[in-house]
Design a protein around this ligand. Structure first.
Ligand code: CU
Ligand code: CU
Length: 288
């Protein structure tokens, strides 16, 4: 049965309670931390050797689509009524709007150590101790909007700049690609500092704290953010005449990206699926 993913600002009190309840149950069982570990393991940058699947590569979108599906499957084993909501950050743009409410993700981190002290994922509840991390922190941290060096969430216009690009991705298929929907959405811009963070990356920066690095999955907002990114991929597909994943075939031996990226019909580790098999989600879930 096809299920729906909803805008987080439209969830009922019962839907919020059930989503939070299922997350806490996965955490309690240790399953949640496996997702954090997988994301840390696949956090490979351009500058490193080897295959890049999750970031700075064409498969950024299908990799995270499958990652969300795995989490969602685990959540639905706990409670079959649950799906991952999406956070439309072009509309809900303040540190007190959805999803930062006490009945869902809780609010901002406190001054000083940035510890989240409200909502179900506050350290004091005892239900959300961070065990897999790239630092030694054990509590969830946030720095919404980064008040000491303010950064804004991306706007609808920033998003439009990505959505209007007719190519899925383009050479050199990494974080320096100037053309292509994928990198404009993933958000590796030219230059340094604030202006170089676009769309997806800029949202990670705006949330701050745990959302900054490879262990960003420790903040449950990760899933809501990536559900919106996933929805934007479908919106982009429905707008263009050639919406297929690129590259269609692997870069030739001897070229810079040979063996470093996944082509349309190649396996996308750690899963036994290809980008081609992940391009259409409508048989599994729909966005409303
Ligand atoms: Cu990621
Ligand atoms: Cu991300």
């Amino acid at each position: 049965m096809v299920y729906t993913r909803k805008d987080v600002s439209t969830l009922t009190a019962a839907e919020k309670r059930r989503f939070v309840g299922a997350l806490l149950e996965l955490k309690r069982r240790g399953e949640y931390d496996e997702f954090v570990r997988t994301h840390i393991e696949y956090y490979v940058a351009d500058g490193e050797a080897g295959l890049r699947t999750a970031h700075m590569a064409p498969s950024f979108l299908p990799w995270h689509r499958k990652f969300l599906l795995e989490l969602e499957r685990a959540l639905r084993r706990v409670d079959p009524s649950v799906s991952v909501p999406y956070w439309d950050w072009t509309r809900d743009r303040t540190p007190t709007s959805a999803p930062w409410t006490p009945d869902l993700l809780g609010g901002n981190g406190r001054r000083g150590d940035l510890q989240v002290t409200t909502g179900p994922f506050a350290h004091a509840t005892g239900n959300w101790t961070i065990r897999e991390n790239v630092t030694d922190g054990t509590f969830l941290t946030r720095d919404l909007g980064r008040p000491r060096d303010p950064i804004d969430l991306p706007t609808a216009a920033d998003l439009e700049w990505a959505l209007e690009d007719p190519a899925y991705d383009a050479e050199p298929w990494d974080s320096t690609a100037r053309r292509g929907f994928r990198n404009k959405l993933e958000g590796w811009g030219a230059g340094r500092g604030k202006t170089s963070w676009r769309n997806h990356n800029r949202v990670h920066r705006w949330v701050g704290g745990a959302m900054l690095g490879g262990a960003s999955v420790n903040d449950p907002v990760f899933w809501l953010h990536h559900a919106f990114i996933d929805l934007l991929w479908s919106r982009w597909q429905h707008r263009h005449r050639d919406p297929r994943y690129r590259p269609a075939t692997a870069p030739r031996p001897g070229t810079a990206q040979h063996g470093r990226i996944v082509a349309r019909h190649e396996r996308l580790p750690p899963w036994d699926l290809t980008p081609d098999q992940l391009e259409d989600h409508r048989g599994i879930y729909r966005y409303v």
